[in-house]
Design a protein around this ligand. Structure first.
Ligand code: ADP
Ligand code: MG
Length: 265
């Protein structure tokens, strides 16, 4: 059984169809990489799957629960790391985690031990009592992943977890994501712009463009489907997602992702 399956999932903002009748599955312990140009609908897809936004039509089943009929059950099974920085800079790492563990209903007797476990797991124990304001971008991302694992979610959604990070910080974030899967059998769905990341680390890749899932498969499936098994994934991406187009909202999108990158960098 798939851990996640969508059925013609659609999310529109007035006449803009951000997610357009998308149907796909993610199997247990898979690391699914969702790629696509800015404005493709990746973040909207993640918001709908994490029940933060209701679909306009269609639905998805996550861990056996329907996102529209039983969003609370879905929320109890998943973790979410948003594209924007979500940790509180005025608090220490430990304070952020203690607060978050309350938010996600970790039983009060377990909050301290889960916080410590998450700090150690994400290699943040040494800086547990430093204010997050002093953290590097990579440390903030690792803290946010620590937050998202406190209630031991079966599935984790990460929206651009490595955007704006230098290569060393990026590698460390990836290492911890993979460890999370190996240790807790967490199924992962993440978005990224880095084709080398999806190629090396994702078990399956979905390419979105204009709200549609236009190609899905392993890296080698996608290369074959592009007509050139020797293509690089960048070439596959260009083949499927097409040349850069002037889309409305492009400036705003760019400004937004740069802002995020600056705050993390
Ligand atoms: N809250 C919103 N209201 C109106 N339009 C939105 C909203 N959020 C996203 N969009 C639009 O939906 C499309 C998909 O955006 P998004 O899901 O953020 O794409 P991506 O994450 O792939 O860059 C874009 O055209 C974007 O401008
Ligand atoms: Mg996005």
């Amino acid at each position: 059984m798939s851990l996640l399956e969508t059925h013609s999932l659609t999310c529109a903002f007035d006449d803009l169809i951000a997610v357009d009748h998308v149907t796909f599955n993610v199997e247990k312990t898979e690391v699914f990489g969702l790629v696509g140009p800015n404005g493709a609908g990746k973040s909207t897809m993640i918001k709908v799957l994490t029940t933060l936004r209701r679909p306009t039509s269609g639905t998805a089943i996550i861990c056996g629960h329907d996102i529209t009929q039983n969003p609370a059950a879905v929320r109890s099974m998943i973790g979410y790391v948003p594209q924007m920085v979500s940790a509180d800079g005025d608090l220490t790492a430990r304070e952020n985690l203690m607060l978050y563990s309350k938010l996600v209903d970790v039983p009060s007797g377990e909050r301290k031990s889960r916080t410590l476990e998450a700090l150690e797991f994400m290699n943040l124990a040494d800086v547990a009592d430093k204010r997050v304001r002093q953290f590097s971008g990579g440390m903030i991302r690792r803290l946010e992943i620590a937050q998202s694992m406190l209630h031991r979610p079966a599935m984790l959604f990460l929206d651009e977890p490595t955007v704006g990070l230098d290569p060393v910080a990026r590698a460390s974030v990836w290492e911890h994501i993979m460890q999370l899967r190996d240790t807790y059998q967490t199924t992962i769905l993440l978005t990224t712009h880095m084709m080398e990341e999806v190629e090396n680390l994702c078990t399956k890749i979905g390419i979105m463009n204009h709200g549609k899932m236009i190609a899905i498969g392993t890296a080698s499936d996608l290369k074959t489907a592009s007509g050139n098994p020797d293509a690089t994934l960048d070439e596959v991406f260009i083949k499927f997602a097409g040349a850069e187009q002037a889309t409305p909202g492009g400036f705003e999108q760019a400004a937004r992702s740069r802002r995020t990158a600056r705050r993390l960098g």
